[in-house]
Structure formats: structure tokens, C-alpha cells
Design a protein around this ligand. Sequence first.
Ligand SMILES: [Zn+2]
Length: 182
Amino acid sequence: MLTSLLPSRVEPYKLAARHERLEGLVPLNQLARLAEEAGDQTGDCHVVLEFGVDAQGRREIRGHLQATLSLACRRCLEPMPQPVESRFLLGMISDEALADELPASHEPVLVENEQLDLLTVVEDELILSLPQVVYHDEKECRVSPEQLVSKAEGSDEKAAPNDNPFAVLNALKSSGALKGKK
Ligand SMILES: [Zn+2]
């Protein structure tokens, strides 16, 4: 199991020249801006960063992150676990003005004094990957959709028949019955 922390400060040009791969954890409770956006968090974000230089000589970082955040359900406001995952491609720039020279496939990341704060990078990407709204499944939510009917916003949220817990029981019973007949 992976337990090492991602280093917070690195020298990204050197890492790119050596095509280094960094993998590690970022404790979510270190990320203050994420807490502002999404509430207090526990646990870790799992991060993989691959540094490299592309055919055009651009120094880049291919990244992947995964975390389970605790986000408030929009209906009942209780926190619920929400997995988030993001893949990203960053192009290193030494000056904000150079951001326009990057292709659209690359998000610019500013490298100052040959240093990069990876916690900031990870936090930015986590915030970008936050879902707009999250809801519990109806049967797990403290607030039923009926209680919110007054708010009805387009009511696209079809009440699926298999949300009925008895449907599962019935299915089990009938499959058992079928076996019995053999
Ligand atoms: Zn809820």
C-alpha cells in the first residue's frame, strides 16, 4: 500500500529533463482552499505525476489524481462520500505571458525560480474536478423529493421504479423460486 507523501516543493525542469514519475499522497486536510469550496475533508488524495518534454520541447506534467471527498448533499445538506478523479496535462511556463503559446490541450502552470508547489497544483486540480451538485440516492436522503416539490427545477429526476427496495426483494424471491422448481 502506498503511504509516501507527495513532495510539496519540487524542481520541475529537472524532473522533466529526467522524465521522472512521482507518486504519492496529499492529505486533504492540508488544502485550505478546497475546504473553502467543499467543506472540511479527511483522508488523502492519491496523485501520480509524470514529468517530461514533448517533441516541441515543451516541458509538461501528465497527472492523475483520485480522492474520496465528503460533499454536502444538495437536498438534505448532510455530507456524503463522493469519489472524484481527474486526468490533466500541464504545460510549464516561466511567465504568465507565455500561457497563450501553449496549445489548448495544456493547462498552464507557472514555474517560479525553477520551483513548483505541487500541493497548489493538486489543490487546483481537485477544485476543478468538484462536481457541481451531489445528491444522495433518494432512499438514503433525509429529505424526500416530495418535500422539495415546491422547488421543482425542471423535475428531470425521474423516480426510477427500481428505487423501490421491495423490487429487489421480489427479484430475489422469484429467482429463489425458479431454482426451487428445478
Ligand atoms: Zn441527502
